[in-house]
Ligand binder design. Sequence first.
Ligand code: UD1
Length: 362
Amino acid sequence: MRICTVVGARPQFVKAAAVSPALRNIGVEEVLVHTGQHYDANLSRVFFDELGIPDPDINLFAGSGSHARQTGSIMARLEAYIQKSAPFDAILLYGDTNSTLAGALVAAKLQIPIAHVEAGLRSFDRTMPEEINRVVTDCLSRWLFAPTVTAVNNLAAEGLSSGTELVGDVMLDATRMFAARARERYPLSSFTQHASGAYALSTIHRPSNTDIEGCLEVIFSAFRRLPWPIILPLHPRTKARMDGVRVPGNVEIIDPVSYMAMLTLVQNACCVLTDSGGLQKEAYWLKVLCVTLRRETEWEETTEHGWNTCVGTNEEAIVQAALATPTGSQVPLGEAPAGTASSTIAQALVRKEEAIQTWSKK
Ligand code: UD1
């Protein structure tokens, strides 16, 4: 079986680090396409080096731009690449970025079956670019690999049950693969003099927080009231919006860090304050309290028993949620029904491909 995997942004590199080896271990020929959506070394290269992801077969160097420009640029370059390559049996897409959407539109029109990993997530907020990317990608996908029962139910509600399979969460695979190695390779002292449990960790990059006037100010006002130092690895989108924003004295801005470095920082934090989807889950799996700087989450399970609270950009709610304590044990999130999510996906793809081959020969 020959698969084209499309990645382009940070969270997709992490997912590929879990799935690519599983595909290659069972003999799938994988061609890895990097769209170039993320191009800074600390948002891209470092992930490949650190996580042992195979080098991309091609980088499309699509770069930044408005949504239309970025998506269109990836589409044009990906289409040209696929048309001159040997045929693919499937295209594998992760998550909800503009690279995912572009890959889905190109594959659908070239009639290549789409396998979507992290299918069925919904925030039900169509002002989020990611929500639009997810809905369109799921609609066009033949194989919908859902990480949770909630995702399976969302797909059913949209009439997409026939291609859906509950496989678990490949990010849980990645966390399990790399958390122990992170502790050895990146001791906390290599980043900060703060002791374990004596600081909070934050990431902020969603347009709803960076691009709406006043939001960053509200978040920082809340941070100022918290009793700990807050380490903030700053995403370039946010950095570009920081002019004139007053940063409180307890906020320590650092450059974006690698995946394993992030795992060390999460494991040792007393609290995570974030608008990232992936970090909410990593905090949960590593049993760290999370405050989600959004109004809703695609990972509803994390909010059970107070492990994660969605606070939007309400100063008082941010402070209260950060000072709260979870009230019960965790419900399972993203556990694979059999084996790991990555191996289930790899095996399912090979099985589906064999079924198609057998059927087409009849
Ligand atoms: C993208 C995804 C988001 C994901 C995030 C992870 C979409 C719509 N959003 O958001 O779902 O959570 O990646 O980080 O696809 N920039 C750089 N260097 C880079 C990449 C970006 O400086 O290597 C700057 C550019 O000015 C760019 C801005 O960051 O305009 C935003 O980048 P973009 O890739 O458009 O979206 P993200 O905010 O990273």
